[in-house]
Design a protein around this ligand. Structure first.
Ligand SMILES: Nc1nc2c(c(=O)[nH]1)N[C@H]1C(S)=C(S)[C@@H](COP(=O)(O)O)O[C@H]1N2
Ligand SMILES: [Mo]
Length: 326
């Protein structure tokens, strides 16, 4: 199994702010070139960089980052330390504990193809690096609120989901966008647990998918997004609970109706389709009024739509009788 080693060009996080890490990395990469950086990793690492490890380390999208930050999406709290956001994860394909980051390193993320299918003018299968070249990349700071009542605030890089919808050209009959995670039980031990309804899926309405906030994250903290956070691409819809944020996406399918999602299949009473954040609507087993902010020793009041009402509340006008919040 692969063990995470610090790359040669990374400073210890404790020695620098995230921004300093970010700029130092740029400078080192530019001056030294990637090959030298890898040699550094092998010298530092306890495991030699034999060819298999080296392949694993070189993400072909690394040179795309960092990308320019879009300042329209501001935070009301500090950015969560990177070592917290990348070491406390939900990714049931690799187990049900928060420490799945180690096991997630076994997932191969190249080659990786994304299928655009269903009710579209032109179904398409595209390699992730070709898709990245076509999409308008930017960085956004988003809050992320898990239904388990913890939250983080993180810099995602990626592109608006709307850009992918425009590439797909859905037919008028398409009402939902269904996203599906990879299926690879050889490397994802959780997928050998037959009582889970693999593969992981979740869906949005087309109106939600084309809302400006709906984002496909391909980078994290100014670098390619780590495997445990959903590499090479994952959804970010910050007004909804975390379980809607499908990781490791292999398929975007435009449909007239949506399939029952992974979590809804497991516990229908606890995880519905809309899953919008609302402090006043408790989970059947706990309150959603407050959240534990990871990395800060702090509890904060949870905000309606996770604080993104100005962007998304209009999506739900006329749907007041639906189960919008659990
Ligand atoms: N494929 C897949 N996607 C997933 C999950 C999962 O188990 N499998 N967990 C979800 C949940 S509950 C949360 S809170 C977020 C966590 O994202 P993070 O680990 O990057 O913070 O991923 C979501 N996406
Ligand atoms: Mo979650």
């Amino acid at each position: 199994m692969l063990i995470k080693r610090r790359r040669g060009w990374e400073l210890p996080e404790s020695a620098a702010t995230p921004e300093a890490v970010f700029w130092n990395r740029r400078a080192v990469l530019k001056a030294a070139g990637f090959g030298v950086a890898l040699a550094g990793a092998s010298a530092l690492g306890s495991i030699g960089a034999h060819s298999e490890d080296a392949k694993e380390e070189v993400d072909p999208s690394a040179s795309l980052y960092p990308v320019k930050r879009n300042e329209r999406y501001a935070l009301d709290r500090p950015i969560t330390p990177e070592e917290v956001a990348t070491r406390y994860n939900n990714y049931y394909e690799f187990g049900s504990t928060k420490g799945v980051w180690k096991d997630a390193q076994a997932l191969p993320i190249r080659p990786w193809t994304v299928e655009i299918a269903g009710l579209v003018e032109k179904p398409l299968t595209i390699a992730i690096d070709d898709l990245l070249r076509q999409m308008p990349l930017e960085e956004r700071l988003y809050r992320h609120r898990c239904v388990e009542a913890w939250s983080i605030a993180v810099p995602y890089s990626g592109f608006p989901l709307k850009a992918l919808v425009e590439l797909a050209k859905p037919l008028g009959s398409a009402k939902y966008l269904v996203m599906t995670t990879f299926q690879n039980p050889d490397v994802a031990s959780g997928q050998r647990q037959f009582w889970y309804p693999w593969p992981y899926t979740d869906s949005l309405t087309i109106a939600e998918a084309t809302n400006e906030l709906a984002f496909i994250a391909t980078g994290y903290y100014g670098k390619p997004i780590p495997k445990q956070n959903g590499a090479p691409l994952r959804l970010a819809v910050p007004w909804k609970y975390g379980f809607k944020h499908v990781k490791g996406i292999v398929r975007f399918s435009f449909e007239e109706s949506y399939p029952v999602s992974f979590w809804t299949k497991l516990v229908e009473s606890e995880y519905g389709f809309w899953a919008n954040v609302n402090p006043e609507v408790p989970h059947p087993r706990w309150s959603q009024a407050t959240e534990r902010v990871l990395g800060l020793d702090e509890t904060r009041p949870t905000l309606l739509y996770n604080g993104y009402g100005e962007f998304v509340a209009g999506l739900y006008a006329g749907l007041e009788n639906e189960r919008l919040f659990v």
